[in-house]
Design a protein around this ligand. Sequence first.
Ligand code: 2P0
Length: 335
Amino acid sequence: MCNKSDIVNRLLADCPESRQSEAAVFAPANIALCKYWGKRDSELNLPVTDSLSLSLGSLGSHCTMRIHDGPADLVQLNGTTLPPDHPFVSRLTRFLNLFRQPPGRRFHIETVNTIPTAAGFASSASGFAAIVKALDAMHGWKLPERSLSILARLGSGSASRSLWQGFVHWHAGSGTDGMDSFAEPLPEQWTDLRIGLLILNSSRKTTGSTEAMRRTVETSALYDAWPRQVATDLAAIRQAIRDRDFQALGAAAEANALAMHATMMAARPAVLYWQPESVEAIQRVWSARADGLALYFTMDAGPNLKLLYREADRTTIEQQFDGLVTANPWQEREP
Ligand code: 2P0
């Protein structure tokens, strides 16, 4: 059995080091069109299935990293210094423990998230991807992208997909050491595709996704069907991207999200992230589509919706869905 340190030591063996005093990087957030839901190894964050995501362009995590002289890491999030017992600091410190060379080295991390955090949108994916990019840049390791993806995955599964803009495919792999479980970008660019964050409810989620996945894998009678569903949906989404077929892409992504939520609702105890506002918004998407608008949704481990549409329909859709924040997956700079 491998642990995280074994993987880090293996990937960093023979790396050159030419340390900079500071590194500043950005990693975009990502939303899965075909979801990651369930691990085959929870220590190494190895997924049961492949997944495929779309980046959020300029919405993500800016991270500045420096060597810190104090007794503990110094972590600042969105301009505020976090207390050492803050859950984000504990999680980050544990991750950084894998990279302290010489032992005892401390880091000063400044992270600014441009994704609306108040709305409970996950920032762990872009957060951990940015930390890994910053570690690489500050130490001068110049690791290949595949290694960066594996390291980000050790922080949070979906972080493996947050190193690039556009469509990204995370290969589940089959090895027990996870060296074949990494993400890579797809070559296709679909420049008029848009993804919008629909903020419906900003209350904190009750069950974290790590625990929700574990419970689903262990207790949901519907989980057996999930890997087959992912294989079908991933192939449909991959083909829709090749064909630039928006209806096929949206339909497969929406159905995949609903199937994921069905598997977790069948867990015991059930995992239900939906709130009344979520169901009401789903009905509004379906009603807009029945009226001829090319609009689809996806949902993650929370009550909010992400909408998929094309630039030509953006103004109409922004008018119908109050507060919608549109992201352009291929545009890293703020418009
Ligand atoms: C995804 N989600 O594919 C899925 C869909 C949420 C719903 O990846 O335990 O924060 O750190 O590997 O990546 C959220 O889970 O979980 C997630 P860990 P992660 O985006």
